[in-house]
Design a protein around this ligand. Sequence first.
Ligand code: ATP
Length: 676
Amino acid sequence: MAARVDLDSGSLAERRPSGPRRSLARLNRFRQEPAVVWGRQITKSYGKLQVLNSLNINVPRGCIYGLLGPSGCGKTTLLRSVLGRLQVDSGHVVVLGDKPGAHGHKVPGSMVGYMPQETALFVDLTIAETLQYYGRLHKMTSQLIQTRSDFLVEFLSLPDKHRLVSQLSGGQMRRVSFCVALLHEPELLILDEPTVGVDPLLRERIWDHLINITSHTGNQTTIILTTHYIEEAKQADKVGFMRYGRILAEEEPLKAIERFNMTSLENVFLRLCEEDCEGTLPEPRLPRNEYSKTSLNTEDEDNVKPVIDDDDEPLLDVTMGGDLEPPLPAHRFAFPIGLPSANNIFAQFLLFQFMLPLVEIVLFCLCIGNDPFGLHLSIVNEDTGPLGAAFLSHLDNHSIDNYTGRGCAEAYHSVKQGESWGVIHISENFSTDLQIRFLGGMNISDSVINGSSVKIQMDSTNEQIAIVLIKKITDGFEAFAGETLKAFGKNPKLASLPILMEKSVYGNQDATFTEFMAPGVMISVTFFLATGLTTLVFVMDKKMGLLDRCLASGMVSFEIMLAHMVTQMLIVVVQVAVLLSVALLIFKVPCLGPLIWVILLLLIQGFLGMALGVLYSAICSDENSAIQLALGSYFPLLLISGLDITYYMVWRGYLVSSGWCVFIVILGGVILKVRE
Ligand SMILES: Nc1ncnc2c1ncn2[C@@H]1O[C@H](COP(=O)(O)OP(=O)(O)OP(=O)(O)O)[C@@H](O)[C@H]1O
């Protein structure tokens, strides 16, 4: 009994005599227990890098299994294979009597609790919301979630559960992550470095708790954990020493220390590594209750059965495809945004998602959408008569600042210097020559034509501004010429060009720049915001381990994708409502046709952007590549958008957009599934 005490006297064991410490009976018990995790000849490579190399593992029920090994030896890869999150290249993995990740599987699902190495938390949720979200995912009742949350928050010395995760320290976040894994009291707990960043006292309590939950005889928990604090693994029931993708030895820690006559597990590990290098390390002993060796070589994994040793009791209750209970339904649906607190609604939703399109449309209408005004023109009026000044008084004061009296060379220089957009030169005989031009007979000389012409030299580097200015000047001249002709007793309409612009079939000849640009801007804002936000949300989920955790909880990638899409669709609907309200009601952008088509078009474009975001995030593993992809595809998309090679009727645009939307979502889903 109490084998630990003599090992590290004065250590944890002595200080907790009544605690659930190891006893010989407990240690022996594991030899009788069926395997919860059983793996044989597991190999796994990433490209040319072989990470798991004919690895064998055996984790009995109710055991705490410490997986020890240097960084990069493949511990996380092994845990992810056990979870069914990675497909092994060869070998067999059986978890809770089932092949992980197989159709109708138990694992991943609610029978496992997974704490990944990354924090893997939604930082904009509070601790309580986080636990509620995962509790709902595991179909726990609100009451149970509440009770378990209260216990775990107190037990792990977490701060007020209404604190945002983003406001927690790194160690506190890891403890919340630990809470999430423990919350639903799973049969199998897989903890990737649960005690990192935890102070020694709390670490001790965590170990006590782990030992406690593995000691219950009823719903007994089995735990696999990795730790960098190698000595704390003495408290495990069994440790697996891992190196270069292989388990060198699996043994009870105290026995290992005894066998090698060492003082610490670290020294045992060093000795094992030396023996491994020298090639003197015997193959790890496999338990007698081994799976059929012949079936290990078979391709048909469903035929793998435990072999029961002669007169022994059957030790493994693992039978694949046989008399297992039907697996728990893997389908559950929860929104990644959980139940946001008031803080979050303001921070994330209102401010970012909804305010952004609002700010963009307002800025566009105020700054870009208006006709340009306050543009400088250098005016050189040398006219000795009154008509030059009369013409200048007809120029739009909002658009043109007079820049008079400096001579043509200086005016030209001012345009060169970028101080004004052009020169208007009126020569000294302008009034006389214009009078002759308007009132004279048939023979008007070239010098009169020249003298009565206003000369303009523009800076045409900005075509849009040049067009606006020329239009203002010609409009001004027509108005001035009409009045002058009238004063001379002529028909003022003679001032107009002999071209009559009838009412436009579509659109409005006098449309402002805002009216022209607003539809395109609204579509772009809806489309690209949806693309950007969906891409980032999804990629960050992946990067932060949230996707992994949700998948380990039994959600399938399609459900996660659907949850994100539903959330994003709601956001798109609100964004469209905000955009249209601002543009139509505040800035009076006209909507000449039925409003429903405008709404529909914007919604489809938003959904299409969202679908593209799903596709990008399925392809990319980190936010940098996602942003590069989104930016890189901006212009190609802009150029091919609306391209319909068969027929160009407008309604087809709706169908083409909807078709793309469905296609891209399916493609994104398939890629996500393949890359899982
Ligand atoms: N997705 C991946 N693609 C390519 N290589 C990978 C991938 N994931 C892990 N690796 C590599 O596989 C090896 C084992 O990684 P793994 O994360 O399993 O190690 P580990 O033992 O858990 O390390 P640590 O203790 O530092 O967490 C490492 O060399 C790592 O670079």
